[in-house]
Design a protein around this ligand. Structure first.
Ligand code: NOJ
Length: 744
């Protein structure tokens, strides 16, 4: 019987026995299908479904690794990752559905992190848009492109809260804030999965890395995490819970341990919290060889034991480690692990495959014609450009240096990243192609008037080696002197952030500060564009140049998006989602810190440094515009809030500058006295609004008692009566303030 035929027979049987009403036909029919398959699978075939392997690629296309292909043929591999293009995934899927005994389709996963072929800004940059619709849209576009190439599963969103910019993976997340991070997590899951998982252009999301990977000590990747249960619950888990609530079908365990228990063997996290408390019904995959790593972690003496621990913790799928494949069957036969645990895992995996519609349509979405039509299409590129320019954060702009005019006589584009292409895509750019990217220099040439001369000098390279000889700097200064204005393009190469890219010094690498200081002495108007994957400690650059635009790694259309802002076609509106420290010694530095018993003051014996203030260089929420906004008239609808009541908080925002602009209006709360200490402020609402020049808008936030809930001293979530501060403004430091009382 054909696959579709089998599926129909099972569905009809289910209908006949009254197991399903037409309106909810999907779920019981699916159950029947899964149970029927499960009952016919050998132990080895079941373990195969729990095994995920990577494919191998070379530069001209796929190369087939004999081993994983053999496993697919023998039904010992349920999914593959790092395989894409419609033709390649079709070739592989065909093996699974024609050559294996049970013809169970493969699941194809891939690191589609910020776009598939059309690359969007890195997630940290994209979060600075504070535009949830845009964030959902880029995920939708990524799903459309990836699914056309046969991908069913994206290893995204990465929802690790991160407070340590030394950690290279801050680039993959949405910054330091739980409230914003949780909203973004939901938007991403919605975008990837769409309203119907079985649709040809829907892919399943994967919430990663579960959990607290962002709390790695000293910002060193894969390092130990040791945080309190309170911090875990309040800070690191909420975005994961948001993913689960939004229906994410998979979770990926993190590499790190938490207080002595590696996440891949952490039953408390996977089974007790994720499944039992949150009701998650999808499946859990490990990160790359995480089960094997339980041995060097020191909680398993060999891989077999590691496999047992992972299975017992609730891990369903082994990514690339082959531990389940090698050891589970023997352990079941010896009675060391119950087969029921394996059945549970396989049931979850097959259910997700069924939800995706793969049993009916194993080649779902995978379509060369659609691939050619949607991949890198004009509409997607336009979206990438729009989102990129919205993600840029104007860190400073003294004297209104920016925007530059397009009809200058000459402009010098200087710096090690001025003519970079692949670097604009940023780390984890998946199937993105640096060869299709226009550099900032190339984009400037296209943007300026035909009479404007565009000069270029590299000056130095990012590492400080290569062309960093004094002659390179001298040549750059000569070039600057010949120009009417200078655009400096500085930062980190794309490989300096992302996985395994922690840095102990997060200033600009190499001799870039020297270059900036030299160019600033040319006396020309200078603006620096930063391309980087983390907050940098750029106190030197801040002192050297009057204008700095943080452009992150902006993606496929980065060069043009930068020019949109540099030449004033678009007024910047991005706001930081992660604090920029003055120096690396202040880390961890985040806006919602505690007050301490000795808050910083003139007094020597208070919580501070003797060599640097506690305040950041640029605070969370900061970002300038080409116009200016004034906040006034903060009003509360009442001075008290009852447990079931509501409180309206409004503020007037006036565009006091010379052009229209967008502003992210931010609302923070502070609980003044609690049964445990509370942060000095916490984001509790925001609105992104467009305000024409000289006009005002009133923004109203609606608060309920639930918005004031926290993990109380007895570790239960809820509110406590008392006084609260409500703070509203355009960043986390410059805020209007009022107070209200939460009634008992
Ligand atoms: C390791 C990374 O930690 C994870 O984020 C990624 O999804 C997997 N490798 C697969 O490439």
């Amino acid at each position: 019987m054909t696959r579709t035929g089998l599926f129909r027979v099972l569905m009809l049987t289910a209908l006949f026995f009254g197991l399903l009403a037409p309106a909810e036909s999907a779920s019981p029919g699916r159950k029947l299908l899964v149970e029927s398959l499960l009952s016919r699978m050998t132990l080895e075939e079941k373990i195969g479904q729990m095994t995920l392997f990577t494919s191998t690629w070379d530069q001209t296309g796929p190369t087939v690794n004999a081993d994983y292909l053999a496993y697919v043929q023998q039904g010992k591999c349920g999914g593959l990752f790092n395989a894409f293009t419609a033709s390649y995934t079709r070739y592989l899927q065909n093996i699974a559905v024609t050559q294996t005994r049970l013809k169970i389709p493969l699941l194809f996963g891939y690191d589609v992190i910020h776009g598939h072929r059309t690359i969007f800004p890195i997630p940290l940059g994209e979060s600075c848009t504070w535009n949830l619709e845009a964030l959902e849209r880029s995920a939708r576009i990524a799903a459309i492109e990836a699914s056309a190439e046969g991908i069913h599963w994206v290893f995204s969103p990465m929802v690790d809260i991160a407070r340590d910019p030394r950690w290279g993976r801050v680039s993959e997340g949405s910054g330091e804030d739980v409230f914003l991070g949780s909203l973004i997590a939901r938007a991403k899951v919605r975008g990837y999965q769409g309203p119907d998982l079985s649709a040809p252009d829907s892919v399943i999301a994967c919430a990663k890395h579960f959990a607290a990977y962002g709390a790695a000590q000293a910002g060193r990747d894969y390092n130990t995490t040791d945080i309190s249960d309170r911090t875990l619950e309040e800070t690191y888990l909420p975005p994961f819970r948001a993913c689960s609530e939004a229906g994410a079908r998979t979770f990926m365990t993190a590499f790190n341990e938490i207080a002595g228990v590696p996440c891949t063997a952490n039953r408390h996290l996977i089974t007790d919290t994720l499944r039992k408390r949150w009701g998650f019904e999808g499946f859990v995959v490990t990160d790359y060889t995480s089960i094997n790593e339980l041995v060097p972690h020191g909680i398993a003496s060999d891989e077999a034991e590691a496999g047992r621990l992972a299975l017992q913790a609730g891990v369903d799928m082994d990514m690339q480690g082959a531990v389940y494949l090698k050891h589970l069957a023997t352990m079941v036969r010896k009675g060391e692990v119950p087969e029921a645990l394996i059945d549970d895992a396989v049931r979850r995996i097959l259910t997700v495959k069924a939800e995706l519609g793969l049993f009916e349509h194993p080649f779902k979405g995978c379509d060369e014609v659609r691939e050619a039509r949607v991949v890198f299409c004009d509409e997607h590129l336009a979206a990438s450009r729009e989102i990129a320019r919205e993600s840029f954060v104007l860190l400073k702009n003294e004297g209104g240096v920016l925007p530059f005019r397009k009809d200058l006589r000459s402009i010098a584009v200087i710096g090690p990243l001025a003519d970079a292409t692949t670097d604009l895509l940023g780390n984890w750019h998946g199937a993105g192609d640096g060869g299709k990217v226009l550099s900032v220099l190339g984009a400037v040439r296209e943007a300026v008037s035909s009479s404007t001369k565009v000069l270029f000098a590299k000056g130095t390279d990012v590492s400080g080696r290569g062309v960093s000889r004094p002659s390179g700097l001298r040549e750059a200064l000569d070039t600057a002197r010949k120009a009417d204005a200078v655009l400096l393009v500085l930062g980190e190469t794309e490989t300096m952030s992302g996985e395994a890219a922690s840095r102990s010094d997060i200033d600009l690498p190499g001799r870039q500060n020297e270059l900036a200081e030299l160019i600033a002495r040319s006396g020309k108007p200078v603006a620096a564009i930063l391309l980087n994957g983390r907050p940098l400690a750029i106190t030197r650059l801040h002192k050297a140049v009057p204008a700095i635009l943080e452009a992150w790694y902006p993606g496929s259309m980065g060069g043009k998006a930068i020019c949109d802002v540099v030449f004033g076609d678009f007024s910047p509106s991005g706001k930081l989602t992660m604090t920029f420290p003055r120096s690396v010694g202040q880390i961890p530095l985040y806006y919602n810190m505690k007050n301490t018993g000795r808050p910083e003051s003139e007094n020597k014996y208070t919580s501070k440094y003797i060599d640097v203030p506690n305040s950041p260089l640029y605070p969370f929420g900061h970002g300038l515009s080409y116009t200016t906004f004034r906040y006034s008239d903060l009003r509360l609808s009442a001075k008290t809030l009852s447990r079931d009541g509501r409180l309206a908080v409004s503020v007037t925002v006036t565009n006091t500058g010379a052009r229209d602009g967008e502003e992210v209006v931010q609302l923070y709360l502070r609980d003044l006295v609690g049964s445990v200490t509370r942060p000095i402020r916490q984001l509790a609402g925001f609105r992104k609004i467009h305000i024409p020049k000289s006009e005002s808008r009133t923004v109203t936030f609606d608060l309920a008692a639930d918005d004031l809930a926290f993990l109380r001293a007895n570790m239960s979530w809820g509110t406590e009566p008392g006084d609260f501060e409500v703070l509203v403004g355009g960043d986390s430091e410059n805020l209007l303030k009022d107070t209200f009382h939460l009634l008992d």
